[in-house]
Design a protein around this ligand. Structure first.
Ligand code: F6P
Length: 322
């Protein structure tokens, strides 16, 4: 017999991402429209363990769709990684009469959702991460905003870099994945793009490229480096020493995670939030929402966690020749 869902909880977990508020808003408003009650859980799974649970009404999500960050707050919880913590979290859900939870976060958060499902709380996860590194979906909440923020910042660095005839290394976010670096590399017209998925750590190739371009009369040389490779400052010093060309490193950092979401992030996050509620209402659990081939879909969390995603080789090749 499928469990009847009367009250839905919603939380955001892991790194925040622009568009999370749009997703929260859609969860709250869709659930209320479907006759359910909604509880917001503050500060992710850690907040759940601390019983930071509040009632949410339509008006509580007014005027948030355009805001960056997450109004619920977020955290990374080591306590919730333990079985004891997970059981305690499920008990707190039951105490608050939460029958189903929408978890918005990256794949680390999916493991938390899976644990709650195992202990009797129906769960569905939404892909909330600027990194785009979730295999079961072509879209993740926040990527579009982050990549546009980074692109605009890089254009500015490029202006000053060209004026001074410098070489610039710009480090963008992506601890394990080079999607932001690849997209900025193409969108900003970078001379070199370093991705954790493909980089061979051969700096001599980059040095040769810089020297050859300078001989051809290029006044700038832009290198986009992904956070997963890192070491941009020391790389800049080595490149300057080897080429004799002034080289600066700029690490964009957390500015990429903030700011008002783009229309794409507001729209897709809204649809995903609504979709998540409708999957929970059907009595399904241990699911994750994705966007594939133009449609919103959902997968079993275990299946989703086993899927692999890598940067498309063709796109990488093209990025190098542009
Ligand atoms: O949200 C994803 C991400 O921005 C990664 O690209 C980055 O490595 C990580 O989060 C850093 O997060 P924090 O410093 O908040 O743990």
């Amino acid at each position: 017999m499928t469990k009847e869902i009367k009250t839905i909880g919603v939380l955001t977990s892991g790194g925040d991402a622009p568009g999370m508020n749009a997703a929260i808003r859609a969860v709250v408003r869709t659930a209320i429209a479907r006759g359910l009650k909604v509880k917001g859980i503050k500060k992710g799974f850690q907040g759940l363990l601390n019983d930071e649970v509040v009632d949410m009404e339509r008006k509580d999500v007014s005027d948030i769709i355009q805001k960056g960050g997450t109004i619920l707050g977020t955290a990374r919880s080591s306590e919730f990684k333990t079985e004891e913590g997970q059981k305690a979290g499920a008990e707190i859900c039951k105490k608050n009469k939460i029958d189903g939870i929408v978890v918005i976060g990256g794949d680390g958060s999916y493991r938390g959702a899976r644990a709650l499902s195992k202990f009797g709380v129906n769960t569905i996860a939404l892909p909330g991460t600027i990194d785009l590194d979730i295999a079961c979906t072509d879209y993740t909440i926040g990527f579009d905003t982050a990549v546009n923020t980074a692109m605009q910042a890089i254009d500015k660095v490029k202006d000053t870099s060209s004026s001074h005839e410098r070489c610039s290394i710009i480090e963008v976010m992506g601890r394990n994945a080079g999607y932001i670096a690849l997209w900025c590399g193409v969108a900003n017209g970078a001379e070199d793009i370093l991705l954790p998925e493909y980089y061979d750590f051969n700096e001599q190739t980059i040095i040769n490229n810089i020297i050859a371009n300078r001989k051809k009369g290029k006044t700038h040389h832009l290198i986009i480096n992904a956070e997963g490779i890192g070491h941009s400052t020391s790389m800049a010093k080595r490149i300057e020493a080897a080429t004799g060309i002034e080289t600066r490193a700029t690490i964009l950092g957390y500015m990429q995670r903030g700011g008002s979401p783009t229309a794409i992030d507001r729209y897709y996050a809204s649809m995903m939030g609504a979709y998540a509620v409708d999957v929970l209402i059907k009595g399904h659990t241990n699911r994750v929402v994705g966007y594939k081939a133009g449609e919103f879909v959902d997968y079993d969390i275990d299946e989703a966690l086993e899927m692999q995603k890598n940067i498309d080789e063709y796109q990488y090749e093209i990025s190098k020749l542009l």
